[in-house]
Design a protein around this ligand. Structure first.
Ligand code: PEP
Length: 238
């Protein structure tokens, strides 16, 4: 399965960052990475200015969220059709930082269905918090979260396992924990859906993580802001 390397810039970026995809391409030229898919998910304000730069650099653009309706009185929201008009191909959904703001599994699944219907690819995030991990119920928790977050979908999406306690903390899940969780996830979603690992992936740990069975790529937060680091992570995919 082709590996997928996704950078989530979260609420970071300014107009000068529009050149970053070009910088990435200079460090890791597109002709050397035909075996990989690279996606950058900038804040939505930067999406339109990045469309041509990403196309030239053979990098795809992702969004960090969307609404499940096309238009209407939803102040502050962005619809999938709007994202599509600006060249977006992927949408991160159900990130733990959004779930912490109240997003539910039901909303994630409505959004995921809408994204697939518009022929874009949702990257649906799941993952347990530290309390669940310590209680020994992480596999069960994540299984249930997957079932309700992708309810109504059998294909056309990417799943990202992101243990909450590993996001932005510098603490990565152990290779054994990643392996066990990804085997569990594979049993639930079948052989065709890509499964990414996310949680403090960096240029030092990427090679080992990307070699774990059933890890089809990584979702990178902090380290994706630095194009040298992000390129080294992508190179680690082999
Ligand atoms: C993320 O934002 O999805 C993430 C994994 O962040 P970080 O790589 O900074 O832990």
């Amino acid at each position: 399965m082709r590996k997928l390397i996704v950078g989530n810039w979260k609420m970071n970026g300014k107009p000068s960052c529009l050149a970053k995809p070009q910088n990435f391409d200079e460090i890791y030229p597109s002709q050397d990475r035909g075996h990989l898919d690279i996606v950058i998910c900038p804040p939505s304000l930067l999406i339109s200015g990045m469309e041509d730069i990403c196309t030239n650099a053979n990098i795809q653009i992702g969004a960090q969220n969307c609404h499940y309706l096309d238009k209407g009185a939803y102040t502050g929201e962005i619809s999938v059709t709007m994202l599509k008009d600006f060249g977006v191909k992927f949408v991160i959904l159900g990130h733990s930082e959004r779930r912490a703001m109240g997003e539910t599994d039901k909303e994630v699944s409505l959004k995921a269905i809408k994204v697939v219907k518009e022929n874009l690819t949702p990257i649906v995030c799941v993952g347990e918090n530290l309390e669940v991990r310590k209680s020994g119920h992480a596999l069960k928790f994540v299984s249930e979260q997957i079932k309700s977050s992708i309810a109504g979908l059998s294909k056309g999406y990417v799943l990202a396992y992101e243990p909450i306690w590993a996001i932005g903390t510098g603490v990565t899940a152990s290779i054994d924990d990643i392996r066990k969780m990804h085997i569990n996830i594979r049993e639930i979603i079948g052989p065709d859906v890509k499964v990414l690992y996310g949680g403090s992936v960096n240029k030092k740990n990427a090679t080992e993580i990307l070699q774990v069975e059933n890890v089809n790529g990584v979702l990178v937060g902090g380290a994706s802001l630095d194009m040298i680091d992000f390129a080294l992570i992508a190179k680690a995919a082999g």
